[in-house]
Structure formats: structure tokens, C-alpha cells
Design a binder for this molecule. Structure first.
Ligand code: GAL
Length: 332
């Protein structure tokens, strides 16, 4: 008698972890992108990687982003890993503020828009981000660099600076086909967008540093397709969404031609409620790029949402159209 009831209990307990014959983890597996929905990591937690960018390295995507709490000061920079772009494993904090009050990254600082690239010569992962010093609001306007031997860190903070003496707020990185890397950054109180070629070790800018345009733009996301460079930026309205614009160039240092707003459908005139952060080239698929944006929720920044949409490539430009939900099959 005793034995039979034990058996029943055993079966029921295992049922608790099964949903329609799948384990709870399998049932949670994502198979599509739903912009603005709550995106959960493989532990079931909301992904906390805002204003970020993605690095592909040896078969795995690494998504670096701002680790946000309730306040504007920073919780550091996080990284998530994925093989398929839908399911992301939290790999923890790659860089956190420190207790040392003399450090540029003491608690209370602001770390924004982190981007990581891999330097094949030094075999280092190099992380750049926008740093604001504790207690100074957005006045310091610096770029900061950290490095690691592995993509998941922890990264070692190297230094922060104003590139070639220029203010540096919203930023992106871009590595060209020849391995040269570039820092694209909002400067001069965000009135100027600049580009600087990085040193060979990627740890600082060279003096090859040029004004791209003075259109009061930020949130730069740069990518290359068939020899042309495309640059998506936002206007400057803080956390509030605004109209995106696209510039195109044959050479990184310009001239850059203003094409206009590439967004279509839905709230296109306000970038669907989001702000650009990165363009992600999808591996193994032709002409496949994902536009990544943040729908900011400034009252509770960690609750900000992600807007990922496929980029439609045309002979004479690109468009990004609102889609409620989609999968990578879109690119087939
Ligand atoms: C935005 C910027 C964000 C953040 C915010 C603060 O313009 O893109 O990264 O700095 O301002 O208000």
C-alpha cells in the first residue's frame, strides 16, 4: 500500500516539470522575435542588456548591454550568449562599478551603450562604452575602454578619456573588412557626429578623427553592405523616441548623404517608440541584418524593452518596417 502511493507521488512530481511532454526549459524556448514584449533569458528573467550591441565569435553571439536598476546611475554592463539569437543565457556582469571613490567607474557613475569587438592580433575582447563620472550628470562625456581574454569577461577597466579631446556620449563601434576598427560618437553637446579610426590594438583612437555631420544626432548604428556604409541615428530627445534618419556613404570618412527616415508602418515617425542602438549582421544568411533599438522606460530603466526588426535591403536603399512578430525565416 505504502509503496503504491509513493509511486503515484513520483509520477505527479515529474509532471510538474513537464508541459505538454516538454521540459519547462524546452517549453520556454523562444522561436520568434516579438518587438516590445518582455524578453526572457533562459532562466526566465527579463533580459537586462540595454543600449547594447552584439558580437559574433566562434559560433556564438554575445549581447553586451547596460545592466539597469531603477536609477539612472549604472549597475554595470552585462553579457548574454546565444547560438540562435532567440534564446539568451545570462553570462553575468562583464564590468561593474567599483567601491574605490578615486576610480572613474566608482559606484554612481553611468555606463551606457557598451559595444565589444575582438582584436585578432592581440586576441583580446575590447569593450568600449560611454562613461559619465559620478555626480556630474552627463557633463563628463567620455569614452571608456576595458579588455578581457574571453567574451564573457570579467573585463578589466583600462581608462576613460575624451577622444582627441572631443566630448563623447552615445557611441558605436565598427570593424571594417580589413580589420580596422572605428569609434562613431556624438560630440560637441551631441551637435556633431564624429568618427575616429582606432589604434591597431583597439584601445584608443588615432588622430584620424573626422566630423561626419552636424545634424544633432545620436544613437549611431553603422553597418556595411556590398561596399556601402549605412548609418542609422536618432534625434536628441533624451529617453523619448523621435524620428530616425539614414545616411549612406562610399567611404567611412564621408561624404555621407542624408537619405531620410527609413522606418515604415506603425509608429514609424517615432522609430516605433524606440531608439537605435546597433545593426546585427545575421551569420550564415545572405543580406540579413537586424535593426536593434531600445524602447526606454525611464521611470524603471530595467523594464525598457527591445525592438528588433529585419532590415529590408533594396537596390536604392533600405527600409525597416514594423512587424508584430517574426523569425529568421524572414530572410530566406
Ligand atoms: C539619450 C541617449 C541615452 C541616454 C539618455 C539619457 O539621448 O541616447 O543613451 O544617454 O539620453 O537621457
Amino acid at each position: 500500500m505504502k509503496r503504491r502511493s509513493f509511486c503515484r507521488l513520483f509520477i505527479c512530481t515529474s509532471c510538474l516539470f513537464m508541459v505538454g511532454g516538454l521540459s519547462a526549459q524546452e517549453a520556454r524556448r523562444n522561436t520568434k522575435f516579438v518587438p516590445k514584449a518582455l524578453w526572457k533569458d533562459t532562466d526566465g528573467e527579463h533580459i537586462n542588456a540595454h543600449g547594447g550591441g552584439v558580437l559574433f565569435h566562434e559560433g556564438t553571439y554575445y549581447w553586451y548591454g547596460e545592466r539597469r536598476g531603477d536609477r539612472t546611475s549604472s549597475g554595470g554592463i552585462s553579457v548574454y550568449s546565444s547560438k540562435d539569437l532567440y534564446n539568451w543565457k545570462n553570462e553575468g556582469a562583464v564590468l561593474s562599478p567599483v567601491d574605490n571613490p578615486d576610480s572613474d567607474i566608482t559606484w554612481g557613475c553611468v555606463m551606457e551603450r557598451p559595444k565589444a569587438i575582438y582584436n585578432a592580433q592581440t586576441r583580446q575582447f575590447v569593450l568600449w562604452f560611454h562613461l559619465e563620472l559620478k555626480g556630474q550628470g552627463y557633463a563628463a562625456a567620455r569614452a571608456a575602454v576595458a579588455t578581457s581574454d574571453t567574451p564573457t569577461g570579467p573585463f578589466k577597466f583600462i581608462e576613460s578619456f575624451r577622444p582627441n579631446g572631443n566630448m563623447s556620449r552615445d557611441m558605436g563601434l565598427f570593424v571594417d573588412d580589413d580589420g580596422a576598427a572605428y569609434h562613431i560618437y556624438s560630440s560637441d553637446e551631441n551637435y556633431a557626429l564624429r568618427i575616429a579610426r582606432l589604434r591597431e590594438d583597439y584601445l584608443g583612437p588615432t588622430t584620424e578623427d573626422t566630423l561626419l555631420f552636424r545634424n544633432h544626432r545620436e544613437a549611431p548604428a553603422l553597418f556595411k553592405h556590398r561596399g556601402k556604409y549605412y548609418l542609422i541615428t536618432s534625434g536628441c530627445t533624451g529617453w523619448d523616441p523621435n524620428e530616425a534618419s539614414l545616411h549612406v556613404a562610399d567611404q567611412l570618412f564621408g561624404p555621407w548623404e542624408l537619405i531620410g527616415d527609413p522606418m515604415r508602418g506603425g509608429e514609424a515617425k517615432k522609430t516605433f517608440g524606440g531608439q537605435s542602438t546597433f545593426v546585427l549582421p545575421v551569420q550564415g544568411k545572405k543580406d540579413a541584418f537586424i535593426f536593434m533599438a531600445d524602447e526606454w522606460r525611464p521611470k524603471k530603466l530595467q523594464d525598457s524593452r527591445y525592438i528588433w526588426l529585419p532590415i529590408q535591403m533594396h537596390a536604392d536603399g533600405i527600409n525597416i518596417e514594423w512587424i508584430d512578430e517574426w523569425s529568421l525565416d524572414y530572410f530566406n
